[in-house]
Design a protein around this ligand. Structure first.
Ligand code: AR6
Length: 167
């Protein structure tokens, strides 16, 4: 598997699938989630609502992942995953690692070879970016998958540098 870093906006990525740092409601929010729904258009939200009505009445649990169309984005699919909120009293690293593992598993089911990830949980959910980067890189490298290219798309210099170190 090739692992690369890009500084930029995940909504502009030409990948088979882009991963959304969603919340369990699947109904949108700020950060990456807001950008994906804004740029991807209403088709994504429509499928998210259907998922809530069918498989995820109580919301998508933290650490899990599910795919929808990518609507108007260049990618073909959006894989929504819910990162853990950072805690200074409880180690939630396994849940963050699970986001990457589960997203790759869903990518395999879809047949997506090129997958772009943001730094899940490193924004609104408060994860220290150095730690988030280490977990992200270690987990994708340790996961058995048919995905050939993992691209981490980092929005700012601090995140880019953290992922560079982790790599
Ligand atoms: N492209 C790539 N990275 C981005 C973009 C973008 N367009 N926008 C922000 N980032 P966050 P979380 C970076 O907050 O911490 C939402 O409200 C950002 O700088 O998007 O998992 C959801 O609905 C940071 O490094 O996700 C949830 O409620 C990283 O992406 C909650 O936020 C993740 O920041 C999820 O919080």
């Amino acid at each position: 598997m090739r692992v690369t870093l890009v500084r930029g906006d995940i909504t502009e990525q030409d990948a088979d699938a882009v991963v959304n740092a969603a919340n369990s409601s699947l109904l949108g929010g700020g950060g990456v989630d807001g950008a994906i729904h804004r740029r991807g258009g209403p088709a994504i939200l429509r499928e998210c609502r259907e998922l809530r009505a069918s498989r995820y009445g109580g919301g998508l649990p933290t650490g899990q992942a599910v795919a929808t169309t990518a609507g108007d984005l260049p990618a073909r699919w959006v894989i929504h995953t819910v990162g853990p909120v950072h805690s200074s009293t409880e180690d939630r690293s396994d849940l963050l690692a699970s986001c990457y593992r589960e997203s790759l598993r869903v990518a395999d089911e879809l047949g997506a070879a090129v997958v772009a990830f943001p730094a899940v949980s490193a924004g609104v959910y408060g994860w220290p970016v150095g730690d988030a980067a280490r977990i992200a890189v270690e987990t994708v490298r340790a996961t058995a998958t048919k995905v050939t290219d993992v691209r981490f798309v980092l929005f700012n210099e601090e995140a880019y540098t953290a992922f560079e170190r982790a790599l």
